[in-house]
Write a protein that binds this ligand. Structure first.
Ligand SMILES: Cc1cc2nc3c(=O)[nH]c(=O)nc-3n(C[C@H](O)[C@H](O)[C@H](O)COP(=O)(O)O)c2cc1C
Length: 198
């Protein structure tokens, strides 16, 4: 039996980790760590192993400035200051990779080519799940995350994905946060408010 993660690990992954980070230390995130991040979060499950998430890691000043016009005012300064901003996107033609990703069922690609609506729903659902895996994996690797949906997707897509194949989902600042300075943690719903056991 594998050992369960310690309380300290559970705190790091979820219970103590904050979803909003506004202040970043002047500490770089090197490319090798971004590779480790991808190598970890790619193992999270997706339907038929379709793996539609695509990530653009913006590190350079130039790339950040291209993102700036899409950001809502409250997200601008912290995003410019973050060592990395990930554009968590998804591939609308993810099914082209299914012969590689799901070789046990050669018919899988046709489930999606025959139904654009099913393909779109699958890309968004699984791309979003993979975004959540990215956040948890980043925390496991010692990074802090600031996820953001306060931006104009169409502006990001026009700037970074002009051929229309990839679509942005959400943004996630990554780096090492300055400790403290955040408002107190907001509550979460209780089990009885959010769950039922039937
Ligand atoms: C998909 C997503 C989008 C978010 N968008 C923004 C945003 O645009 N700006 C922001 O400051 N925080 C944003 N947040 C952070 C949430 O507001 C934050 O995670 C939530 O209030 C819980 O905070 P806590 O994890 O610190 O308790 C976003 C979080 C997620 C997961």
């Amino acid at each position: 039996m594998p050992e369960l993660p310690s309380d300290a690990v559970l705190d790091t992954l979820l219970r103590e980790a904050r979803g909003t980070q506004n202040a970043w230390q002047d500490r770089a995130v090197d490319d090798a760590l971004l590779h480790r991040l991808y190598d970890l979060f790619r193992w999270g499950p997706t339907s038929a192993n379709c793996s539609p998430a695509r990530v653009l890691f913006l590190k350079s000043r130039d790339a950040k400035e291209r993102l700036g016009p899409a950001l809502s005012a409250n997200n601008l300064d912290k995003t410019m200051a973050a060592p990395v901003t990930a554009i968590v996107a998804y591939d609308t033609r993810f099914y082209d990779f299914l012969p590689k990703l799901f070789p046990r069922n050669p018919a899988a690609k046709s489930w999606f080519t025959s139904s654009p609506a099913f393909a779109a729903e699958t890309a968004f659902r699984n791309g979003t799940l993979q975004g959540a895996y990215l956040i948890i994996a980043a925390r496991a690797l010692g990074l802090d995350c600031g996820a953001m949906s306060g931006f104009k997707n169409a502006v990001v897509d026009q700037e970074f994905f002009p051929d229309g194949r990839l679509k942005s989902n959400f943004l996630c600042n990554l780096g090492y946060a300055v400790p403290g300075g955040l408002p107190p943690r907001d509550p979460r719903l209780s089990f009885d408010e959010a769950c039922q056991i039937l």
